[in-house]
Design a protein around this ligand. Structure first.
Ligand SMILES: NC(=O)c1ccc[n+]([C@@H]2O[C@H](COP(=O)([O-])OP(=O)(O)OC[C@H]3O[C@@H](n4cnc5c(N)ncnc54)[C@H](O)[C@@H]3O)[C@@H](O)[C@H]2O)c1
Length: 453
């Protein structure tokens, strides 16, 4: 069956399209909920049976995604959405299949597309001819054309992309913690195997989202844009991280430099920090490097160096901590160090590739007693540390505080509040939250990443 725009529009208007989202994690679940909320029956497929069961029992797993709790309740109640582990059953009922599968990297920083390839094989086995497949996962340019489509088509050419099934991409650009907001404002890119399929995807997404849909000539160009935006950030953060280390030595406050620099029309601000984590930026840089090395290993040296710089930032945080202990004339060994924040970014419950992990490991290697307080991870075991449930209690008997994540809850931390509660008043701020002058005025032994003395 050949898919046409007219057929799709008629089907959407009649509510006859059933959508299936494979992978209902951080990105896939909100996406599925948006499709369901638009009135289209939607099925979420995941291999995680615990997640599937809890969703079907009405438990919304993404507490840090404002707005989606209400949408979730509504679509579960009106039965427009349910979850399952049975991909074959879901595919047999679906006209549109969205792939929101993880694309992490292995311990050698090689991109791991096994979830997508595995599902592609199942699409080959169970896809109904005429189905439209849309890949939202972040992949290297060329992966769809050279690896994913051949698996779905099969050696025996059971299917033919563009005629017996539609396939395109609409790479996800939403930011965890504000996905609903981003879905309502960020333009989306659409690329496909042919113009007809691209038009169909555009019309479908217009039915769900109010944002601009930008046509791309093909899948690989859309994926190239997605990687370019994230790798741009990774490289720029590496640049300001190096500036931060330089300016610390020169007695210059990096944040003051950056805030003033951004008054120039063509400067785009990025902030230094303890490292770049999360499921996107580090992985996306390695995806682009993986692609480049197949062409010329000397390409994209700047990206490789940027990664090296960002991956060394946890070591710099430890240097700042050691220098505070030296100033306090105290040993790190056996001292109690409270880490504030373990998420890789503020206001989300997510520790994937968080710089907190190597920093905590280094503190343990120095034989410090590490405590963790993070409002998103109370009374849990994180990086083999039992987390604290109350900040004030956690500060008692603390010899040093290390701020890693700039969660909203930490923005109003007063230096005098810390000084009055800590056993030894050592504070290292890797996020530029605490004012250095006030910190020193109240008597804190203080180091701020990127702050000159
Ligand atoms: N999280 C982000 O910030 C973000 C932002 C933009 C794009 N992306 C991209 O979106 C994609 C999904 O990322 P995410 O953060 O939602 O990942 P996630 O890990 O939160 O969710 C992925 C889900 O897929 C499920 N899964 C894994 N293998 C499966 C299989 N074979 N069959 C069915 N389900 C399977 C997992 O159980 C999980 O629930 C990735 O490519 C990522 O790079 C993520």
């Amino acid at each position: 069956m050949e898919l046409t725009t007219d057929m799709l529009i008629q089907a959407i208007q009649a509510g006859h399209i059933t959508v299936c989202t494979i992978g209902i994690g951080r990105i896939g679940l909100p996406t599925a909920l948006s499709f369901a909320a638009s009135g289209l029956p939607t099925i979420g497929v995941d291999i995680n049976s615990e997640l599937v069961n809890s969703i079907n029992n009405g438990k919304f797993p993404l507490k840090d995604e404002p707005g989606y709790d209400v949408i979730f309740e509504k679509v579960i109640k009106n039965k427009n959405f349910y979850a399952t582990t049975k991909i074959d059953e879901a595919l047999s009922k679906s006209d549109v299949v969205l792939l929101s599968l993880p694309t992490p990297m292995d311990k050698n920083n090689v991109p791991d597309y096994s979830a997508l390839k595995n599902v592609a094989q199942q699409l080959h086995d169970f896809l109904i001819p005429g189905t439209l497949v849309i890949v939202e996962s972040t992949v290297e340019p060329g992966f769809i054309e050279n690896e994913l489509i051949p698996i779905i088509e099969g050696n025996e050419k059971k299917f033919n992309a563009g005629t017996s099934f539609g396939i395109g991409v609409c790479p996800e650009t939403a930011n965890p913690g504000q996905i609903l907001n981003d879905f309502e404002r960020l333009p989306r890119l659409v690329g496909a195997v042919n113009e007809n399929i691209a038009n169909i995807i555009t019309r479908l997404y217009k039915h769900i989202f109010t944002v601009e849909l930008i046509p791309m000539p093909d899948c690989k160009t859309a994926n190239a844009v997605k990687l370019t935006t994230n790798v741009f950030r990774d490289v720029n953060i590496a640049f300001v991280n190096e500036l931060a280390i330089l300016f610390e030595n020169l007695g210059i406050d990096t944040n003051k430099v950056l805030e003033a620099a951004k008054t120039k029309y063509n400067f785009q601000i990025h902030y230094p920090g303890p490292g770049v984590g999360g499921p996107c930026l580090p992985v996306n840089s390695y995806q682009l490097l993986n692609l480049a090395k197949k062409i010329n290993p000397d390409l994209l040296k700047i990206v490789k160096t940027g990664r090296e710089i960002n991956e060394k930032m946890p070591e710099h945080v430890i240097i700042l901590m050691k220098s505070c202990f030296k100033e306090a004339n105290k040993e790190i060994e056996n001292s109690e160090i409270l880490v504030l924040g373990v998420s890789y970014k503020p206001n989300v419950k997510d520790i994937q590739i968080s710089p907190a992990e190597p920093i905590i490991q280094s503190l343990k290697d120095l034989k410090a007693k590490v405590k963790i307080y993070d409002p998103y991870f109370k009374n849990l075991e994180i990086f083999n540390v039992k987390t604290e449930s109350n900040l004030i209690d956690a500060l008692t008997n603390t010899d040093a505080l290390l701020l890693i994540t700039n969660h909203r809850e930490f923005h109003d931390l007063e230096p005098s509040f810390l000084f009055n509660r800590m056993r030894t008043p050592i504070v290292v701020d890797s996020r530029g939250i605490i004012d250095q002058k006030s910190a020193k005025n109240v008597g804190l032994i203080f180091k701020g990443l990127g702050k000159g003395e």
